[in-house]
Design a protein around this ligand. Structure first.
Ligand code: NAP
Length: 318
C-alpha cells in the first residue's frame, strides 16, 4: 500500500501550466511541410471527409472548427451533412462511398449520432486505414497491442502534451478517471505504452478520491463539473483535465471559481469548467492543464496530424 501525502499539504510553490495552444501550434507547424511534401510527391493535398448528422449546435461548431483548421493547413476537407432522420443504412452507404474514393484519406463521423443509428456499425464500416478518429475495432486492437496505427485524437494529444513539457511517464503511477472508448480507455493504453503503471477508475469505483490521491499523473475524463477536488489530488501531482463542462448556474459557479473568474461568469452568464476544481488544481498540482486552453486545443490538431499520417501511408509518401 502506497503512503500518500496528506491532502491538507500547502500550495505547490509554482504550478506549471501545460498550455495546449503552444503545443497545438507546434503540431501545426510540423504538419505544414508534410502537406507540402505530399502535394509535390503525390500531386494532391491530403483529403478529410467529415460526416455530420443532424443539427446539434455543439457538433456543428466542432465540425466547423475542423474544416477551418484543415483549410488553414492546406488539407482538402469535405463536409457531408444529413438530417437527423437518416437511417443507419443510408449512413453506411455514405461511408462506403467515401471508403472508395482515392483522394479521401481520412473519414470522420461526428459523434454522437442520433439514438436510432447503430453507431458501432457505422464506425466499424469506416476503412481502418481511413479511420482518422482511431475508433474502428481494428485500430483499437492495434492500440491494445502497442502497434503503430491511427490513435484517438484527444488521448494522443495528452501524451503529446506531456512529452512536450518533459513530464516523465515511465515508472509513474497514472490514474485515469473515466473509461469511455473515446478518452478513458485509449488514454490508459497510451500511458501504459509509455511505461506508466496505470489504474483506471469509473462510476463504480468505491473510493475514487483515495485512488486518485495515489496518482503521480491524474487524468480526469468524466464529464462532471469540478467533481475532482483537493481530496483527489496528491500535492505535487501532474493533473490533466480532459473534461469540458458548461456552467450556467451562479450557485454552481460560486462553488467552483475564484472571485476573478466569477466576474467573468457574471459578464458572460456561463463558464467552461473541467472535471477538476480549478482552484484546488492550481494550488496542489506541480503542473496542470487549464480549462479552457489545455487539452481542448490539441484534439483538432491531432486530427490533422492523423489525417496527414493516413495520407502518407496511403500514398507511400513519408
Ligand atoms: P463519457 O463517455 O460520458 O464517459 C465518462 C466516464 O466517466 C465513464 O467511464 C463513467 O463511468 C465515468 N464517470 C462518470 N461519473 C463518474 C463518477 N462520479 N466517478 C467516477 N467515474 C465517473 O465521457 P467522455 O466522452 O469520455 O468525456 C469525458 C469528458 O471529456 C467530458 O467532459 C467531455 O466533454 C470531455 N472531452 C473533451 C475532449 C477535448 O477535446 N478536450 C474530447 C472528448 C471529451 P462508467 O463507465 O462507469 O459509466
Amino acid at each position: 500500500m502506497r503512503i500518500v501525502s496528506p491532502i491538507s499539504a500547502g500550495p505547490s510553490s509554482q504550478a506549471k501550466i501545460l498550455d495546449g495552444k503552444t503545443v497545438r501550434d507546434q503540431i501545426k507547424s510540423e504538419i505544414r511541410p508534410r502537406v507540402e511534401r505530399l502535394r509535390s510527391h503525390a500531386g494532391r493535398a491530403p483529403g478529410l471527409a467529415v460526416v455530420l448528422v443532424g443539427n446539434d449546435p455543439a457538433s456543428e461548431s466542432y465540425v466547423r472548427s475542423k474544416t477551418l483548421t484543415a483549410a488553414e493547413l492546406g488539407i482538402h476537407s469535405e463536409q457531408i451533412t444529413r438530417p437527423a432522420e437518416i437511417t443507419t443504412e443510408a449512413l453506411l452507404a455514405i461511408v462506403q462511398e467515401l471508403n472508395g474514393r482515392e483522394e479521401i484519406d481520412a473519414i470522420l463521423v461526428q459523434l454522437p449520432l442520433p439514438a436510432h443509428i447503430d453507431t458501432q456499425r457505422v464506425l466499424g464500416a469506416v476503412l481502418p486505414e481511413k479511420d482518422v478518429d482511431g475508433f474502428h475495432p481494428f485500430n483499437v486492437g492495434l492500440l491494445t497491442m502497442g502497434r503503430p496505427g491511427l490513435k484517438p485524437c484527444t488521448p494522443a494529444g495528452v501524451i503529446r502534451m506531456l512529452k512536450h513539457y518533459g513530464i516523465a511517464m515511465a515508472g509513474k503511477h497514472a490514474v485515469v478517471a473515466g473509461r469511455s472508448d473515446i478518452v478513458g480507455k485509449p488514454m490508459s493504453l497510451l500511458l501504459l505504452q509509455e511505461n506508466a503503471t496505470v489504474t483506471i477508475c469509473h462510476s463504480k469505483t468505491p473510493d475514487l478520491a483515495a485512488v486518485c490521491r495515489t496518482a503521480d499523473i491524474l487524468v480526469a475524463a468524466i464529464g462532471r463539473p469540478a467533481l475532482l477536488n483537493a481530496n483527489h489530488i496528491r500535492p505535487g501531482a501532474v493533473v490533466v483535465d480532459v473534461g469540458v463542462n458548461r456552467i450556467d448556474s451562479r450557485t454552481e459557479a460560486e462553488r467552483i471559481f475564484s472571485p476573478e473568474r466569477l466576474a467573468v461568469f457574471d459578464k458572460n452568464g456561463s463558464l467552461l469548467v473541467g472535471d477538476v476544481n480549478p482552484v484546488d488544481m492550481a494550488r496542489l498540482a506541480s503542473a496542470y492543464t487549464p480549462v479552457p486552453g489545455g487539452v481542448g486545443p490539441l484534439t483538432i490538431a491531432m486530427l490533422m496530424s492523423n489525417t496527414i499520417e493516413a495520407a502518407e501511408r496511403r500514398t507511400g509518401v513519408a
